[in-house]
Design a protein around this ligand. Structure first.
Ligand code: ATP
Ligand code: MG
Length: 315
């Protein structure tokens, strides 16, 4: 069990940031992340995600507001707060001419972790990241996905209680991304709280339990992934049709029907609507359904809608 059972892993209150050039990157952000959570920060380019992460990890000065990490205030106890955080920044920032083992051990050294503790720990994190066979190779010779995994391994050297990853899988192919998801799931299951920003919504959907959507420096949606998705009043289905789809699709009040190809119909309908009405209409039109599935891009839909709404309310 954690030593602070009821204290949030991260507590941000009314955080504001205006850069020197006058850009208001954060306009009053408040959020709590509970210990053990896997939390997604989503938002379009320039929304303020990296600024928020920069402030939490003391790389960026805030204009006003407060940040506590496991109850430790980043202003009054900066070093103590930093020791609780592991950061995987958006850009690769290790020395390409160092070897992964040295990168990990030296990083631990910055945090005052002695070499004899750091060495076995580096072996463990590199093995976990499937990089042990590369521990003695020049980092520049690693593939892009390996470099990303090295960034995560390095952040784990201090055994952080809060791991913050700023687009850790950007530009990484789907197979390696899936491998990284497994790594992150394992770290989270072992008790580490994780905050992740990503532009891959299926990544957030498969990993995260809670999320916040940020747009123009404000939170426009926040809460459990499931609850937010449930709020969507439109549901999408794909039907696999046995015979050829007729030229003229039936008209079903309140729904949108599109033939994607000769055997697939895309349907959007209000969540409250009875699906039997669709089957009856299909039946009457001689359309026989072989199978159906829900469209899984619902987070995307939520995202697009929340971001569009927040632009409208600002205008
Ligand atoms: N050092 C800086 N000086 C001035 N303005 C900045 C600075 N860093 C960021 N900004 C501005 O602050 C706003 C938020 O940027 P930020 O990098 O936090 O967005 P982001 O959500 O991380 O975007 P992305 O998804 O592209 O990484 C943008 O308008 C950006 O141009
Ligand atoms: Mg960013």
């Amino acid at each position: 069990m954690t030593d602070f059972p009821r204290v949030p892993a991260l507590s941000v209150h009314d955080l504001r940031k205006t850069y020197d050039n006058g850009v208001e990157a954060l306009k009053g952000i408040s959020l709590d992340v509970q210990p053990g959570d896997f939390y997604a920060l989503l938002g379009p380019n320039g929304a303020g995600k990296s600024t928020l992460i920069g402030i939490i990890s003391s790389l960026v000065n805030k204009t006003s507001g407060s940040v506590k990490v496991f109850g430790v205030d980043i202003d009054s106890h900066r070093d103590a707060a930093m020791r609780l955080i592991g950061l995987v920044p958006q850009e690769l920032n290790f020395n390409m001419f160092e070897k992964p083992l040295d990168i990990c051990v030296n990083y631990a050294g910055f945090y005052g972790i002695p070499r004899e503790v750091a060495l076995p720990r580096a072996e463990a994190v590199l093995k976990d990241a499937f990089l042990w066979d590369k521990h003695d190779k020049m980092s520049r010779t690693l593939s892009g996905g390996m470099k990303r995994r090295l960034m995560i391994a390095r952040a784990l050297m201090t055994e952080p209680r809060l791991l913050i990853l700023d687009e850790p899988t950007a530009g990484v192919d789907i197979e390696i991304r899936r491998g990284m998801w497994e790594t992150l799931k394992r770290i989270n299951a072992a008790g580490t709280t994780i905050i992740l920003t990503t532009h891959y919504l299926e990544e957030a959907e498969s990993l995260c339990r809670n999320l916040a959507i940020i747009n123009h420096g404000r939170i426009v949606a926040e809460g459990p992934m499931k609850a937010l998705l449930a709020k969507l009043d439109v549901e999408g289905f794909l039907f696999d049709i046995e015979s050829e789809i007729p030229q003229q699709l039936p008209h079903i009040e309140g729904t949108t029907l599109i033939a994607l190809d000769n055997h697939t119909i895309d349907l959007e309908m209000p969540r409250a609507m009875d699906l039997n009405r669709v089957f009856e209409a299909f039946d009457a039109a001689g359309i026989r359904v072989r199978s159906m599935r829900t469209k899984s891009n619902r987070l995307e839909e939520l995202f697009v809608r929340m971001v569009a709404d927040s632009v409208e309310t600002q205008a």
